[in-house]
Design a protein around this ligand. Sequence first.
Ligand code: URA
Length: 448
Amino acid sequence: MRAVDIIREKRSGKELSKEELAFLINGYVAGEIPDYQVAAWAMAVFFQGMTPGETASLTEVMVRSGAVLDLSGIPGPFVDKHSTGGVGDKTSLILAPLAASLGMKDPMMSGRALGHTGGTLDKLDSIPGYRTNLSAREFRDILRDTGFAMTGQTADIVPADRLLYALRDVTGTVESVPLITASILSKKVAEGTEALVLDVKYGSGAFMKEPADAEKLALSLTHTGAALGIQVAAILTDMNEPLGRTMGNFLEVEECLDCLEGAGAADLMEVTLALGARMAVLGGKAGSVDQGLALCAAELASGRPRERFLANVAAQGGDAARLLALRGTYRSAFKGEVAASGSGFIAGIDAGQVGHTGVILGVGRNRADDTVSPVAGVEFHKKRGDPVSPGEKIMTLWARDADSLAAALPRLGKAVRYSPQPPAVSTQPPAVPAWPPVVSERCNTLSG
Ligand code: URA
């Protein structure tokens, strides 16, 4: 076999066999096939796409490029969630303890902030002492003891994805549905989950700007997941406006505590419960989405998920007492405010613009080796649909230093749109709770 023949085949739209994909990917990981050939193949995939069978084969080959976590001996069910990335999206930190509290196990391997999207690991790292670099042994023990464990991808898990993603990032080939599908699912299969609920986002703060593209991705993820033996359900959610009341690392941890204490923002709770309900169905804890919604709401109200969260903080080396003591005070000294420049109603706060400004503030990063600040971020005092008068406070922001504060202030001001009338979209729920085509065979009950 030769890489050049595989590239030519894909260039002309042919379906590659699993053997051809294994030759290419394994050769790349072994350093035998150079970047430029894999980049050419990725670009051919970008334009020609892949068949469902080919996407499943690529995912399988990527899983086999490294280790798979061994969760044997720990009672399941193992149910995880994954978001395609957003701004102010902190649902993982609420859902993992909620799922654990309902008797499921959530083996969550997460990523870091990149570009305008936030990262679960950076949020957790803002908790004093909390470790997100668990060994496989620690991951297993904490999962068994607290019902969920949160860690970064270890070097031996899907090495093909680490290499391929870095290459795609610099060759304009990230936005390919089959490549995104294989990238996300290979990591989820390797972490050992049996079921997965996906939050596929669309809008200015998401990878996929249009709902139709998000739906294509959701379908590809659910079908490929089913082909690999994982039950997958997906919902599509609106990411045109930041989710919840905050964007920032420690700020978002604080907001999750608010949610676990019954004081979550309406949009954030709606997405969280929509995802949690599907986790409960896939985990066999609820017979329908409606039952799952009621179950999750009641469990949150019991306070048990909050206790789970704090138990996990302690198990992962964090100082739970200090976390609680820092609430409301752990902020950068470089503070500013965005006041309303218009009147009437907030027509929207652009999530993409806010997310990109987050990188300037120190919340996120443009390059994998950039550092982030635990104490930078934005609090939104107004959301889409809220009435507003000129000069009223819309956002408070905290920056890593004076220069980033000065650069971020005008950008955040420009992210706000005003309208004389309440915006029609403000009445639409951000979550699409049941998207009938976007369920794998095993999950058809979810659409009912
Ligand atoms: N998230 C991933 O993990 N991989 C992609 O390719 C895109 C988003």
